[in-house]
Design a protein around this ligand. Structure first.
Ligand SMILES: [Mg+2]
Length: 241
């Protein structure tokens, strides 16, 4: 008899290769400013971008008053400032706005699936209810899944921006809201699959839901985390479930 009814999948870096998505957008930015691509440059951008959003979350990014008049203008400014920081004053704010359009467009152009995503989901969707559980924007989920031909495999999509209290994985409240959304409350018949120990595995531990750590780089498991199972390739799930 099968052990689970619902499989909860993380999206970014579990089903979609976020790094390749960002690399493509980065190349398009360089094309615009006429700079050659290097691995080193990309690494620098990736680190800067990651840190930038952490700083933004900690309210460390100052937005001039004139860009606070609408949500749209605010978001455009915040997004564009990253390119100015990266290119260290070599471009104007207006260039940064143009780059932002190019960058966002490029993020939608290339969506690379994680190896084995299609085969794994195709196998699982006949046996289980499949749910996307992400902290990313809901709006991005369907286009991404459609690009990798996997949208039809999912029964539900749930994102932190759909929660009433704006809660994210790994908070217990996120999973309460998820269960209300699904109208399904048997923790022991659910499995969460994800690449992040801090959000997916910790989330499962907080909610009393079994978890599967997707660990493609075969990193060592820190002692404070206890996933129910660990895989390094998605297709291992077809043998385990
Ligand atoms: Mg992830």
């Amino acid at each position: 008899m099968k052990k689970y009814d619902y499989i909860l999948f993380d999206l970014d870096d579990t089903l979609i290769d976020n790094l390749e998505n960002v690399r493509h957008a980065y190349k398009k930015m360089l094309e615009y400013v006429g700079v050659d691509y290097t691995e080193e440059g990309f690494k620098k951008w990736f680190l800067l971008d990651t840190q930038y959003w952490l700083d933004f979350g900690n309210k460390k990014i100052d937005v001039p008053l004139e860009y606070q008049t609408s949500q749209e203008l605010f978001v455009k400014y915040v997004r564009s400032l990253r390119y100015m920081k990266y290119l260290e004053g070599k471009i104007s704010l207006n260039d940064a706005f143009i780059i932002n359009d190019i960058y966002l467009q490029a993020l939608n152009e290339v969506v690379v699936p994680i190896c084995g995503a299609y085969e794994t989901l195709e196998y699982l969707h006949d046996k289980y209810k499949l749910v996307i559980t992400t902290n990313g924007p809901t709006l991005a989920v369907e286009p991404k899944l459609r690009k990798i031909n996997c949208l039809a495999f999912f029964d539900y999509i749930f994102s932190s921006d759909m929660t009433k209290k704006t809660v994210t994985k790994p908070n217990r409240e996120y999973f309460w809201e998820l269960q209300n959304f699904l109208n399904y409350y048997k923790n022991n018949r659910m499995l969460i699959v994800g690449d992040s120990l801090k959000t997916d595995i910790k989330g499962g531990m907080n909610a009393g839901i079994d978890s599967c750590w997707f660990n493609p780089r075969k990193e060592e498991l820190p002692i404070e985390y206890s996933p129910t199972m660990v895989i390094s390739n998605l297709q291992e799930l077809t043998r385990k479930l």
